[in-house]
Design a protein around this ligand. Structure first.
Ligand SMILES: C[S@@+](CC[C@H](N)C(=O)[O-])C[C@H]1O[C@@H](n2cnc3c(N)ncnc32)[C@H](O)[C@@H]1O
Length: 216
């Protein structure tokens, strides 16, 4: 990651209402309800304001919330404190796009039952796939990797002139390049959810969700 990209996210969070992104992702909760993994240790990649990390902690998980933006991390800690789960949430600064980042050092040498990435946008698809693969390598046998991405624009969101379009879930899964002998695909699909905009307006949006389970 360039310093410019880190600045981008830091500026984004300084300007962002701290009340945004504090609820757990509905698709992630739906996935947990469907697969019902026992609560254990979770790693949240690009945790933002901590909605997923704190939502998981409220459901019994112990969560490491990693992000590159210090303001986001401070808000994760505040949100965890406000929700009475501070003991279960550790906010860590990490540039997950940098292959030189020592993930084991960042995560305190933990291994995880769940690695989750909601809208974990990086500047380069190959770099993102590499970051997800590396994080997936921290999963225990039977651990789950959950990747949730946008598959449509909300009516109120930036529409990105020249946006290349959203990959199908199968394309995102293929890009992860996880060997089928070691990984089982549990979910690979589009999901609709109702999103809430800045003025409280709601609209259906589509996400892609991928869940893979580590076999060994
Ligand atoms: C679109 S936001 C999603 C935030 C949150 N997961 C959510 O669902 O609301 C993408 C997040 O990834 C973080 N991020 C971007 N590049 C990163 C990097 N290289 N290393 C770690 N985090 C990064 C950003 O700071 C931001 O919090």
């Amino acid at each position: 990651m360039t310093a410019g990209q880190q600045d981008f996210w830091e500026k984004h969070y300084r300007a962002l209402d701290p009340g945004w992104g504090i609820r757990p992702n509905a698709v992630l909760l739906d996935m947990l309800a469907r697969l019902d993994p026992p609560a254990g240790r979770a790693l949240d990649l690009g945790a933002g304001h901590g909605g997923d990390a704190v939502g998981l902690a409220a459901r019994g998980w112990t969560v490491t919330a990693a992000d590159v933006a210090p303001t986001a991390l401070a808000r994760v800690t505040e949100l965890a404190e406000r929700n009475g789960v501070a003991a279960q949430v550790t906010a860590v600064h990490a540039d997950l796009s940098d292959a030189a980042t020592d993930l084991a050092a960042v995560t305190g040498g933990d291994v995880f039952d769940l690695v989750t990435a909601s809208y974990f946008h990086l500047h380069d698809a190959a770099v993102r796939a590499h970051a997800l693969r590396r994080a997936a390598g921290l999963l225990k046998p039977s651990g789950l990797l959950v990747v949730v991405d946008h598959a449509s624009f909300a009516p109120w969101s930036w529409r990105g002139e020249g946006h290349p379009g959203f990959p199908a879930p199968e394309q995102t899964l293929a890009a992860l390049d996880l060997p089928s002998a070691e990984w089982t695909t549990e979910i690979c699909e589009n999901r609709e959810r109702i999103a809430t905009g800045p003025a409280g307006e709601t609209a259906p949006v589509t996400d892609t969700v991928i869940v893979v389970r580590r076999a060994v």
